[in-house]
Ligand binder design. Structure first.
Ligand code: ZN
Ligand code: ZN
Length: 361
């Protein structure tokens, strides 16, 4: 049996997205069918629509989603019909060289559904990040659906599926922020503000948000920034040193993906501190640093892929913290929109007006 539903498709490079009929097969072995309840609009969806990821059009967009399991295929054991789940793009394989070495959060062979969702004429769709969730029902691999507390709001919970997890994990998993640490976050959009929230959750006592947009800096304070710097007006490296007894921060997180802000993060860090890159650079960018300083300052220069998260470990724990009022996931939901409003939401995101627009089904 197949299911005929409505979904948001990027048919060709740079064209506005459109609402199309999508044919979703019943789950095969190791697959689950999810009734999508909410899906956030992420920069990565826009990158797909602009052709910046690859040319495998048409794309079924959407990947920051939560929903309910509607059907399970043969051999599925970790979830069952009726479970409330958050979708993820790290269904670990358990057998690749990263998994074998006990570091499954780096898994190099993650699972997606084997069967294809299609347009009505049979054209196969490429689901964004192997998910595709701007659609009433979607088909994913079992490991891509992580069961969490069903009392959580799907609008907020779905955001853990990508950008918010990336930011939280950049601070907690990759940066290893601990009690009493000082942290600076460059870029206070969705990912950066999640890094601020993560630093606060981990017990950092000095948390400095850096951006060029006062509106974003105000949001940063709401998520736990103890200090803010508008880097259009003030040199952020100098100011961060002033705020940390002349030393620099223990962990500097770059959440934009620009060489200039990476350099600022590098120099705003204390000796033996850590720089975490979670912003995604463009392919043609280069960064220049004095080689002697890379040695002389010691510490670590790290990159954070999806917050180095392990969904089965991190999602239920973070949802519990959210339910206990310790993690403000609702604060990332700037607006709730309909499935037909995704194109307009891309423009609001480009203008920096929202942290996240979330499609409610
Ligand atoms: Zn693996
Ligand atoms: Zn995303």
């Amino acid at each position: 049996m197949t299911h005929k539903v409505q979904g948001i498709i990027a048919l060709e490079k740079n064209a506005p997205v459109s609402l199309e009929t999508v044919i979703v097969p019943d789950p095969g072995p190791g697959e689950v069918l999810v009734d999508v309840q909410a899906c956030g609009v992420c920069h990565t969806d826009l990158h797909y629509r602009q052709g910046n990821i690859n040319d495998d059009f048409p794309f079924l967009l959407g990947h920051e989603a939560a929903g309910v399991i509607e059907a399970v295929g043969e051999g599925v054991t970790s979830v069952t019909v009726g479970d409330f789940v958050i979708l993820n793009w790290r269904a670990v394989c358990g057998g690749c060289r990263a998994c074998a070495r006990g570091r499954p959060w780096y898994c190099f062979a993650t699972h997606n559904a084997q069967q294809k969702m299609t347009l009505e004429d049979g054209t196969e769709l490429s689901p964004a990040l192997g998910i595709g969730a701007f659609v009433e029902k979607t088909l994913v691999a079992e490991g891509q659906a992580t069961k969490v507390n069903p009392e959580a709001s799907p609008l907020a919970a779905g955001l853990l599926g990508c950008g918010v997890m990336a930011g939280l994990g950049a601070a907690i998993n990759t940066g290893g922020v601990g009690r009493g640490d000082s942290v600076a976050v460059f870029g206070c959009g969705g990912v950066g503000n999640a890094a601020i929230a993560g630093a606060a959750l981990a017990g950092a006592t000095t948390i400095i948000g850096v951006d060029i947009d006062d509106r974003k800096l105000e949001w940063a304070q709401g998520f736990g920034a103890t200090h803010i710097i508008n880097s259009r007006q003030i040199d952020p490296v100098e100011r961060i040193r002033e705020l940390t007894d002349g030393n620099g921060v223990d962990v500097a997180i770059e959440a934009i993906g620009l060489p200039e802000t990476y350099q600022q993060a590098f120099f705003a860090r204390d000796l033996a501190g850590t720089v975490v890159l979670v912003g995604v650079p463009a392919p043609d960018m280069k960064v220049e640093l004095p080689y002697i300083e890379i040695f002389g300052r010691g510490g670590a220069l790290k990159s954070s892929w999806y917050g180095d998260c392990l969904p089965s470990r991190d999602f239920p724990m973070l949802i519990d913290l959210y339910m206990e009022g310790k993690l403000d996931l609702d604060g990332f939901v700037s607006e709730t929109i309909g499935i037909g409003d995704v194109e307009e939401a891309f423009h609001k995101m480009e203008r920096g007006e929202v942290l996240r627009s979330v499609v409610a089904f």
